[in-house]
Every structure is written in C-alpha cells, then in structure tokens.
Design a protein around this ligand. Sequence first.
Ligand SMILES: [Zn+2]
Length: 260
Amino acid sequence: MNEKISLFDTHAHYVDDAFDADRHELLSRLFNSGEICGIVEAGTNAETSRLAASLAEQYDNIWFAAGFHPSDITENLSNLDEIVPLLSHPKCAAIGEIGLDYHYDDGPPREQQLLWLDAQLSLAKQYGLPVIIHCRDAHSDTMDILRAHKDVRCVLHSYSGSAELLREHVKFDRFISFSGVITFKNAKKTLDCVRAVPDGQILIETDCPYLTPHPHRGKRNDTGYLRLTAEAAAELRGVSLEDFASLTVQNSKRFFGIRQ
Ligand SMILES: [Zn+2]
C-alpha cells in the first residue's frame, strides 16, 4: 500500500507564521523521509521573497520564487525593484506568486493588479525565468495578459478554472498545477481538469499552510500531505502512483530548469 515514491511540491509557503514553532524540525523530517525530493517556496512580497531565498540557502532541495502576490502589491510600482536582486540568485527558480485576484471587493484595484502583473511578466522575460500564476475569479483577464506575454513559461497554480479554459492554456504550453483541492468532495469541475492536462504539463503542489487535502481539511497543511493529492490525481488519470510521482518530478525539474 505504501509504495516508496518521491514527490516534488511546486508551491509552498514555509516562511508563513503557521510554521514558526517547528519549521526546521518539520522540513528536516520531510526530507529525511525520502518521500520529498523538492519544494519551491513562493514569495508573496519583498519581505517573504527575501525570506524564501534564505530558506532555499539552508536546504539543498528547496528552491524559491520571488514576486508580489496581487493582494500584496502597493500603489507604487517602483517597489517591484526590491525583488530584482533576488532574481539572479542561483536558487531562484521563478517569479511568483504573481497574478490577479478579483475575489475580494476591498482588494487592490484591477488596473493596479494588471499593471503589476504586466511588469512582473516583463521581468520574467528579461531574466529568463518562468512564472507562477495565481488566478482567482479573473480567468479572462489572466488569459489576455498571458497571451500578450506568450514567450514567458508559466504555471497556473492550484488551478481552479474550467476545462474549456484549461484546453486553451495547454495549447500555449502552459503548465497546470493541482493542490489538495482535488481531494475535496465539491471539486467536480476541477477533477475533469486533472484528466485533461497532457502528461508533459501537469504539476502538483500543497500551497501549504493552506488547502490541506481531505481528510485533514482544516488542519495546517505541509508537504507530508502531498501524497494524498498525488494519489487522487493518479487515480483520476488511471495511472499508478509511482508513474504519476515520477512524471510530476520530471515535469517540475524541467519547468523550473532544475538540474539535480
Ligand atoms: Zn500560494
């Protein structure tokens, strides 16, 4: 039942306060288990991007992404310069997480979000880095802006769009990453998407401490629960857990340009 597998978590937030009490103990335990071969720690602003870089310096198998999450952007676009020094760090694997979030009425104005996303996509091209896209209730604007930057390699993280939009994304060689949401009972729409992604473009992630897979929903998430997401995806795609695990590890390394 408990096959020996290796998994790559393409999106985590271990610098979050939720891990203050046991961050290093937890990460050491995860890597010592042999089940986790890589984690990408995603920044959300200048401060968490710097912390992400420092975490990546402490662990061989942690890489990081630097960027401003749409909820963390400021009125002054020149604040973006604060992450620029991180982009040439040897363990910087991507710009992220960046994107559009129209879910909250009191969030940053849409025009401002679009301006920041556009600027961060241009930086990605300049530095030859892929991007990690956060998209919530903003699917059509996301599609348009990505089309305008079609030479930037990108992953739609914790994908929540329709299967129809998904086909459009994969046509443009975008990667699709699934989180613990695919283990939730009310995720029918997303389950069709798990089946629809071509083998070479699928990734998995925790987005920890959020989105803990069923049956641990409500608890703090960590990469130890990633196996539950991998099992659900493998079953939906009709492949073995071992094959799905090795496929997604290869895809992760190829996407982030990791040679290890
Ligand atoms: Zn995230």
